[in-house]
Design a protein around this ligand. Structure first.
Ligand code: TMP
Length: 205
């Protein structure tokens, strides 16, 4: 069925433990119930190449990895995901939901890692056909709430110090400022409360 949610590229992003994977699944169900053909992917991941890059990025043994290497690997996985999965799905007028995207590289590597958001945006603009989604929802949580929702086995990025994660949160909020396609949602509530807020935002798309 053709409707106003078809062919949209929607990203849910935010600090670790913000609940975006759960919210992506719930948003996907809601859109499907509303007659939209959808695809959900995680970034990094979603392709055979991207999942391998994800393993390299998140392996806690890779402590030697520089921020610039992180930037390029996250971007490489994303470019592959775009070419192999997202672009074809959008072409078929499906809606695509992404669990993280360029906004994460801006907040983590750009702001918290000190690489610089503008440099990252430049690399993305040069390598992606559509760097910015139609809608990016930032699920904002404080450090304590986020940490309590994480598993006891942190990956390489989750294991970074508290100050890093504080900057990640600041980075997301800074990136959202003044960007029309970004909406910040308070994600400290329970799953159903946050889901309702996400739907309210998507309905205005
Ligand atoms: P996930 O577990 O939420 O899928 O994300 C994997 C980890 O990678 C998470 O700690 C956030 C981090 N990350 C970055 O540092 N930069 C990025 O560009 C992306 C997409 C994720």
């Amino acid at each position: 069925m053709e409707n106003k949610f078809s062919g949209k590229f929607i990203v849910l992003d935010g600090p670790d433990g913000c609940g975006k994977s759960t919210q992506c699944a719930l948003l996907g169900q809601w859109l499907a119930q509303n007659g939209v053909d959808i695809e959900i992917f995680r970034d990094p991941g979603g392709t055979a190449i991207g999942e391998k890059i994800r393993q390299i990025l998140l392996n806690p043994e890779h402590i030697a990895m520089s921020t610039a290497t992180e930037v390029l690997l996250y971007m490489a996985a994303r470019v592959q995901l775009w070419a192999e999965k997202i672009a074809p799905a959008l072409k078929e007028n499906k809606s695509v939901i992404l669990d993280r995207w360029l906004s994460s590289t801006c907040a983590y590597q750009g702001h918290a890692g000190g690489f610089g958001m503008e440099k990252i945006i430049k690399i993305a603009t040069d390598s992606l056909e559509k760097p910015w989604p139609d809608l990016t929802i930032i699920l904002d949580v404080d450090l304590e709430t986020g940490a309590n929702r994480l598993s006891s086995q942190p990956d390489r990025i989750e294991a970074k110090p508290r100050e890093y994660h504080q900057k990640v949160r600041e980075g997301f909020l800074e990136l959202a400022k003044g960007r029309e396609s970004f909406v910040v949602v308070d994600a400290t509530g329970d799953i159903e409360t946050v889901h309702k807020k996400v739907i309210e935002v998507v309905e205005k798309i």
